[in-house]
Design a protein. Structure first.
Length: 382
């Protein structure tokens, strides 16, 4: 008798997140394994995840989704995989169920022109360069590639991706910054030339610093395109948190992206101890985006690392300011579906700040901030 429960996830059968030369089942699963794409999909981690889900067990490495769902929020599991394989089909899965690679999130390298304070060197070679130049920063990041700051996928592993791409129904290109990555140009050309794009949904996550006409032109050939815009603040707040930002360029590009025809747009915001202090002004820009494209959706995620900049670490004075910003933001935001999850996350953060004590870790926020400010010639006070 099947032991499959409502917690079942089909990801181990049909999903892979491949970054440079290592793999995860998805972007939330915390087991990153150095392996070729083929070896990973047929390896012991994937099999153990299948066993857990078939036996009604929540795998420990999938805690990211459970944490979200148990708090009442949507997770990657139910926002991504439900649309590819409906839950009504989950009872048919067994250890013998064979699925092609249908969902692929790809990061062929970590080339990026930003060094965001809540990012990691594995996702930004610019941040990795900074850590080499300022070694004291290294202690804040768990993954510090010392062999090559620019982690690139090997030709052999890239070819294995190409060989499986015809089966992919949902392709997500991230980075680094996808608009700068040459391998993505070649991959999109191949997908379009082979006619695979007609049956494929393409998602691109961008920091909006570059408007790449080569990639934009190829978007017209895909069945569906989702543009995810990573935006956390406006003006000096954006330039502070997402180091490397030139705000007027990012603003101009983001407004161009959301007006592209036949594209679904999502604004994804990462909330930290920095941008929570200027959130209401950012909301004005989100409302400007919504006015130009009322099909755009808005998502808010709380940064979990580095722990020194999680929003709950603020001292009493800054916490009061954060609470005011959250309240002002709620007043401004319309109660409509587009902002549903953004509003829900704000209310959760507001309740947390109002009902939890100030942790001793607020001193680490100050230390982290001063070290980065000195390295970047920036000023938190300004």
């Amino acid at each position: 008798m099947s032991k499959i429960t409502k917690d079942f996830c089909p990801a181990p059968w049909m999903s892979m997140f491949y970054r440079a030369n290592s793999a995860q089942v998805c972007c939330i699963n915390d087991q990153l394994i150095p392996a070729s794409p083929n070896d990973f999909r047929n390896g012991p981690l994937v099999q153990s995840l299948k066993d857990d889900f078939l036996n009604g067990v929540r795998p420990k490495s999938c805690h990211g989704c459970w944490d979200m769902e148990d708090a009442g929020f949507l997770s990657v599991r139910n926002t991504t995989y439900f649309s590819i394989i409906p839950p009504t089909e989950y009872h048919t899965f067994t250890n013998d169920t064979k699925k092609e690679l249908e969902y692929l999130e790809l990061r062929t390298n970590n080339l990026c022109n930003f060094g965001c304070r809540m990012c990691t060197p594995i996702d930004s070679n610019r941040l990795g360069r900074e850590i080499v130049e300022t070694p004291v920063l290294k202690k804040y990041y768990s993954h510090n590639p010392d062999h090559d700051l620019l982690e690139e996928i090997s030709d052999v592993n890239f070819q294995q991706i190409v060989d499986q791409i015809k089966h992919v129904k949902f392709l997500s290109l991230t980075g680094g910054e996808p608009m700068l990555i040459k391998q993505y140009y070649d991959l999109l050309d191949y997908i379009v030339d082979q006619g695979y794009s007609e049956n494929m949904t393409l998602q691109i996550t961008t920091n909006c610093s570059v408007y790449n006409s080569h990639i934009v032109e190829r978007l017209k050939k895909f069945k569906k395109v989702i543009f995810t815009l990573s935006l956390d603040g406006v003006k000096e707040t954006a330039e502070y948190q997402r180091y490397g930002t030139v705000w007027e360029t990012v603003r101009e590009n983001s407004l161009k992206f959301i007006e592209l025809p036949n594209i679904d747009s999502v604004v994804n915001t990462t909330l930290t101890a920095y941008n929570i202090l200027d959130l209401s002004r950012f909301i004005d820009f989100l409302l400007e985006i919504y006015k130009k494209n009322n099909r755009c959706f808005f998502m808010l995620r709380v940064a979990q690392s580095p722990s020194e900049i999680v929003y709950t670490v603020l001292n009493s004075e800054l916490r009061r300011r954060a609470i005011n910003e959250l309240n002002e933001s709620l007043v401004k935001l319309p109660d409509i579906e587009n902002f549903k999850f953004f509003i829900k996350e704000i209310k959760f953060c507001l309740s947390t700040l109002q009902n939890t004590p100030i942790p001793k870790e607020h001193i680490f926020f100050s230390q982290f901030t001063k070290i980065f400010d000195q390295a970047r010639n920036q000023s938190f006070e300004q």
